[in-house]
Design a protein around this ligand. Structure first.
Ligand code: APR
Length: 268
């Protein structure tokens, strides 16, 4: 795919690039998205039953087991060329703000220096009562596919139940992270939206904020989404294919992307 010169010039000349990612950027690492038909987590599991504070209160072992299953899946996966290109872009532009809806930690493992994780992390659980962070063993308990009920640990400080460190439906985003994301969208000159259905607010408002203040908004997604009407450029394809190509076309003379780790292949 040859990218429009406007985009390549803007990428080379950007003063402040925002990259907003969703589950699609991790799909080529073997992690299912949320809403892709049949394969998406919400096609196989009921979000209401698993990703709400009420669900955790009703059945802590069901919810904890499911998140530990997902953490195990993620730890068996590797960042892909999409994650690595975003980390490399941060070395090529004066300022890059990476905002993700993902809770898998693959951006950090790909070497992205600072990540605004709007929806929290699978790797940072905390006490549901006192908020105390709770250290997790590196390897989660071995669980059958699809997870199994697993009683959550107890908080070392107050004895309360430890909950997954993710933002559930009906909960607010971490204030400082959201404020930093809003100010970046309000100040950037280029925003890349990669692998999100743009259906979940408030994250879906960020590209609109950027467009409203004059930034060029570019979407990378193999499917049409609600963002097609907002983005000035829509690139139809996958993150791990389009992002490395975009980098190579924007900086044709620079050294190519760092080589991927030998064992890169979808894991699950
Ligand atoms: N590369 C790029 N995009 C992809 C790829 C890929 N390889 N595979 C799928 N996609 C696209 C899909 O077409 C879809 O538009 O990624 C998008 C994934 O959308 P969702 O499953 O809705 O995930 P996301 O947008 O991240 O969901 C937002 O909703 O369920 C909550 O908290 C959860 O953070 C999540 C939020």
């Amino acid at each position: 795919m040859l990218f429009p010169p406007t985009l390549l010039n803007r990428l080379r000349e950007t003063r402040h690039l925002v990259v907003l990612t969703g589950a699609g950027v991790s799909q080529e690492s073997g992690i299912p998205t949320f809403r892709d038909a049949l394969t998406g987590l919400w096609a196989r599991f009921d979000a209401e039953q698993l990703a709400t504070p009420e669900a955790f209160l009703a059945d802590p072992a069901l919810v904890w087991g499911w998140y530990e299953w997902r953490r195990g899946q993620v730890l068996r996966c590797q960042p892909n060329a999409g994650h690595r290109t975003i980390a490399e872009l941060a070395r090529r532009v004066p300022r890059l703000t990476l905002i993700t809806q993902n809770v898998d930690g693959l951006h950090e493992r790909a070497g992205s220096p600072a990540v605004l994780a709007l929806h929290g992390s699978l790797h940072r659980p905390h006490c549901a009562d006192c908020g105390q962070a709770h250290p997790l063993p590196d390897a989660p308990s071995a669980l059958p596919d699809g997870g199994a009920c697993l009683p959550p640990p107890r908080c070392g400080a107050c004895g309360g139940l430890v909950r997954p460190g993710v933002v559930w439906f009906g909960e607010s985003l971490p204030v400082e992270v959201w404020q930093a994301a809003q100010s970046a969208a309000g100040a950037c000159d280029l925003l890349l939206s990669v692998g999100t259905s743009s259906l979940v607010s408030p994250a879906a408002e960020l590209p609109v904020m950027a467009a409203d203040q004059g930034a060029l908004v570019v979407q990378i997604n193999p499917a049409v989404t609600a963002l097609n009407a907002v983005a000035q450029i829509n690139l139809r394809g996958t993150a791990a294919r389009i992002l490395p190509e975009l980098l190579a076309q924007a900086w044709p003379d620079d050294d190519a992307m760092p080589a991927p780790p030998a064992q890169e292949a979808p894991c699950c």
